[in-house]
Design a protein around this ligand. Structure first.
Ligand code: GTP
Ligand code: MG
Length: 216
């Protein structure tokens, strides 16, 4: 059920508002109240999670980005005063930080993803140059087990040719078909060029509408 075109305007409005940081949490004990509709961005370190938040919200430096893997070190919550909250997460897989930190983040990521009651969807970001990796499996497994719906967003498509993108889309689609909690629609994006941003905003607006009971 892809109704993205119908929600284009709603998506535009949702992200035309002024988005701001409102909370950072390095453990489950200090999370903000579980209210409203939350959408979290998960993915390997350096895949472009924080950059995607900036592109979605039309803010250059709302979420901190870096060339070096391991930039985002806590769960970072953003809001525009509407029921929607976006959650930037530390990356998994590899990072230029200590093993101890990576372990702590990995635990935090998994605990948050499986336990957060108002998590409406998880956007799992995959670098379009590389596709799904074995390091993504653990997180997808956690989400499948917890029955939290997740949607794959391919990132950095400005770095690859259209034919390679088609191939990546097809192989990712095939891999997801076997996964119980995977949402079938994959969105291909570039935070650098803005490609896919309208589609992603519309998909998010549809989730918000569904959660608020506004769809028929
Ligand atoms: P961690 O917080 O370390 O897990 O990383 P992250 O997933 O938040 O990635 P971040 O947004 O910090 O971006 C990592 C690097 O990828 C930066 O050098 C960005 O400039 C680059 N990048 C992000 N999005 C794009 C994109 O759409 N295209 C290209 N070419 N580079 C991108
Ligand atoms: Mg980040």
């Amino acid at each position: 059920m892809s109704q993205a075109p119908d929600y284009k305007e709603a998506g535009r409005r949702l992200f035309a508002a002024t988005w701001d940081f409102f909370h950072a949490a390095n453990s489950l004990e200090v999370l903000p109240a579980a209210e409203g509709v939350e959408i979290a961005l998960a993915g390997r370190s350096n895949v472009g999670k924080s950059s995607l938040i900036n592109a979605l919200t039309n803010r250059n430096a709302l979420a901190r980005t870096s060339h070096t893997p391991g930039r985002t070190q806590e769960l970072i919550f953003f809001s525009a005063g509407t029921p929607l909250t976006l959650v930037d997460m530390p990356g998994y897989g590899y990072a230029k930080v200590s093993d101890q930190k990576v372990k702590a983040w990995t635990r935090l990521i998994h605990d948050f993803l499986r336990g957060r009651v108002n998590l409406a969807r998880v956007l799992v970001l995959i670098d379009s140059r590389h596709g799904l990796k074995t390091t993504d499996d653990a997180v997808l497994k956690t989400l499948d087990k917890a029955a939290v719906v997740y949607q794959v967003v391919l990132t950095k498509i400005d770095e690859i040719k259209p034919a390679e993108l088609e191939k990546r889309l097809a192989e990712t689609q095939a891999a997801l078909a076997k996964r119980p909690a995977a949402f079938p629609q994959i969105i291909a994006t570039s935070s650098r060029t803005g490609a896919g941003m309208e589609e992603l905003r519309a998909a998010i607006a549809l989730i918000v509408a569904e959660r608020s009971g506004a769809t028929s």
